[in-house]
Design a protein around this ligand. Structure first.
Ligand code: ZN
Length: 383
């Protein structure tokens, strides 16, 4: 081959590469953006014109002038904000017992909670062995195996992960290798990029939660995510395109069962499934070889919520990644905290029944019921 044909070939290759880059840019420009953590303002469930900061949404929705009947601040009666930082027992009944009487401010008498009495006798908490393993104060506790290498994720893999997640309509029984890598990234992701999802998305499942409830729920989520990360950490070496994930499936089922105490079975399962999808997306973002613009946006948006947010761009994907201070891998979970969190779900569920009973004691229209609480049990009345 003569030099001129070599030169022509090189020029042609260069031209092809330029076309390919231009085409890739075009594809990226029309590809839907990955989910962001746009949790700065959340729409009030009663009026699309009320945009509220996440931490204030709960109180706002109680007092909202567009609600069926604005309520006074009843939150002083709740015990779960206290058990968030002080959980003295690992027995569920210990926490439920204190719910038997419920005091309303400015209320002339104690409002008896007969459902709470029943709960104290019947509600149980079972911690499967694979979750007990993740609690710091059990005999079987085992430290997570630190992942020595986090393989970087290319943008094309990121979008294939997103497509795989979109196809999940139920808790997965297998993970692809790409999803496994994303789960390994989840272990070192900043917790605040995961936790904010709960308060921002809870209204979609029929319940507005406060920050204390959000943190109780996130603790249960972390417990399950730890077991999912552990299972993934021993599967990442597999050469198979898909690996089965029985522990992850059972952990998600356990979490959905707990969350359904507050959301009901259908909404609880949907909540956990979509939270899992969000977590895996965040895990993939952490390991992304070329960080997307949205990560910067996420960081910016999260700043208002947490001054200690860690810049995701600080994570160097191709190098060994140091565990982050506020990561799931570093979080210690105690059995007493798990019991307090499950009790909090029960307490919040009773409180929710009271709220909805108060709102709907004056026959709401069918439209109000449908729009506000699509899947919730509405056969409630004030005691
Ligand atoms: Zn409102």
């Amino acid at each position: 081959m003569n030099p001129s044909s070599n030169s022509a070939g090189l020029s042609s290759t260069l031209s092809s590469l330029k076309n390919l880059i231009a085409l890739s840019n075009d594809v990226l420009s029309v590809t839907p953006s990955p989910p962001t953590l746009n949790t700065n303002l959340i729409q009030c469930p009663f009026s699309p014109h009320h945009l509220i900061p996440p931490h204030a949404l709960f109180l706002h929705h109680l007092r909202c002038p567009s609600s069926p009947r604005p309520l006074p601040d009843l939150t002083h009666s709740l015990t779960y904000p206290q058990t968030l930082h002080n959980s003295p027992s690992d027995q569920l009944s210990f926490y439920l017992h204190s719910l038997s009487n419920f005091f309303y401010r400015d209320c002339p008498a104690v409002v008896s909670f007969s459902p709470a009495d029943a709960l104290t006798r019947t509600a149980t908490l079972t911690l499967p062995a694979f979750l007990s393993l993740e609690c710091a104060d059990t005999d079987t506790h085992s430290n997570l195996i630190p992942l020595s290498h986090h393989a970087p994720i290319l943008p094309s893999h990121y979008f294939s992960i997103a497509r795989e997640l979109q196809a999940w309509n139920d808790f997965p029984t297998t993970f692809s290798n790409s999803v496994l890598r994303a789960i390994s990234g989840l272990g070192i992701a900043n917790e605040h990029h995961l936790m904010d999802w709960i308060i921002a998305n809870s209204p979609r499942y029929g319940v507005v939660v406060d920050t204390a409830m959000q943190q109780h729920m996130f603790l249960l989520c972390c417990l399950c995510l730890k077991s999912i990360i552990r299972e993934a950490s021993v599967s990442t070496e597999s050469q198979n395109a898909h690996v089965i994930c029985p522990v992850s499936n059972q952990a998600l089922t356990w979490l959905a069962y707990q969350v359904s105490i507050l959301y009901g079975a259908a909404n609880g399962k949907g909540f956990v499934l979509n939270f899992l999808k969000h977590c895996i997306t965040v895990g993939a973002s952490v390991l992304l070889l070329f960080p997307l613009e949205d990560q910067g946006a996420s960081k910016h948006e999260s700043k208002n919520l947490d001054k200690e947010s860690v810049d995701m761009k600080d994570v160097k994907p191709a190098a060994p990644v140091a565990e982050k201070k506020n990561s799931i891998l570093n979080r210690k979970i105690f059995v007493s905290q798990v019991a307090a969190a499950v009790a909090a779900l029960h307490e919040r569920s009773l409180f929710e029944q009271k709220i909805k009973g108060f709102w709907f004691s004056q026959q709401p229209s069918n439209y109000q019921l449908y729009v506000l609480f699509p899947l919730h049990n509405l056969s409630i009345s004030l005691s």
